[in-house]
Design a protein around this ligand. Sequence first.
Ligand SMILES: NC(=O)c1ccc[n+]([C@@H]2O[C@H](COP(=O)([O-])OP(=O)(O)OC[C@H]3O[C@@H](n4cnc5c(N)ncnc54)[C@H](OP(=O)(O)O)[C@@H]3O)[C@@H](O)[C@H]2O)c1
Length: 328
Amino acid sequence: MQTRTLGQNLDVAAIGFGAMGMSMSYGPNPGSREDMIGVLRYAVERGVTLIDTAEVYGPYDNEKLVGEAIAPLRDQVKVATKFGWNIVDGAMQGTNSRPEQIRRVADESLQRLGVDAIDLFYQHRVDPNVPIEEVAGTVGELVAAGKVKHFGLSEAGAQTIRRAHSTFPVTALQSEYSLWTRDPEAEILPTLKELGIGFVPFSPLGKGFLTGTITPDTTFSAGEFRLSTPRFTPENLTANQALVDQVRALASGRGATPGQVALAWLLAQGDFIVPIPGTRRRDRIDENLGAADLQLTVAEIAELNTLADRVGVAGERYSEAGLKMVGL
Ligand SMILES: NC(=O)c1ccc[n+]([C@@H]2O[C@H](COP(=O)([O-])OP(=O)(O)OC[C@H]3O[C@@H](n4cnc5c(N)ncnc54)[C@H](OP(=O)(O)O)[C@@H]3O)[C@@H](O)[C@H]2O)c1
């Protein structure tokens, strides 16, 4: 797979891997813990060099899983994790990016991951109670101490990115971006380009929707994140089929899958972009990584660019309660 550079010098394969779904949000895993470790190792075998996790995934279990999986492969893979939540009895209880919390999470994440340094340490959500300069300064100290290699932000606004970057260089921003969530285009992408910061789109497959495998009849298991997400109600899924139908039509003309087109479209938005699709199945890893070889034409990109505007997207990306829970 081709290599891309996040920020000044974090070189990774063009498509990374999101491990969150193995510990939360998408219902029971299709296999055992050992199987999931096998899937993570398979991703690396197939060329993935960036694995994404977070303290809060599980919480805690996902970092341990990733740590166990990469133990024999440490020199082949960069690991990204995230701090920034108060976690009480396994539940997220608001943001916390106070310096002592960041330092504590770094030490604990290093332990769980079983690594000497965290390659990319993101603030998971901006903390309204802690100036971003203080956060950047604290991560900068962890970099100086050799515990962290790169600093990242997630779902931060343009001004916050600028303020953070002027205190300590930001290597990457991770925010939701896909064919049906295009909010970063107006202000965020130009800011990142100007400052030389990489972009890591999360939920690049629209939480599975853009693969064309989810229909209004799809049943989500209890506790699944999509069950409470407006875009995934049967009515909105019915309305949103028009979007994925068009992606499917374009894909079939290219001998590709809708998910590959969704990822190839993201890759075409800039060489500083590294999406991190998540899956618990090996065949889907092969499919998703295949997107790196799909070069969309200028006309295809233009068609996809106007798609969401033309057919529309029904439903918000988070419910009110969901927004509150994830700190947005
Ligand atoms: N920074 C943040 O706040 C934030 C928020 C959300 C996510 N993330 C990160 O971003 C990563 C990816 O996001 P995401 O998992 O929410 O969404 P996603 O990658 O857009 O979609 C994942 C869903 O799509 C399914 N899927 C994957 N490949 C498929 C394929 N080829 N065909 C059919 N279905 C497929 C997966 O099911 P199976 O697993 O069953 O294959 C899963 O249900 C996460 O793992 C996490 O690391 C970060």
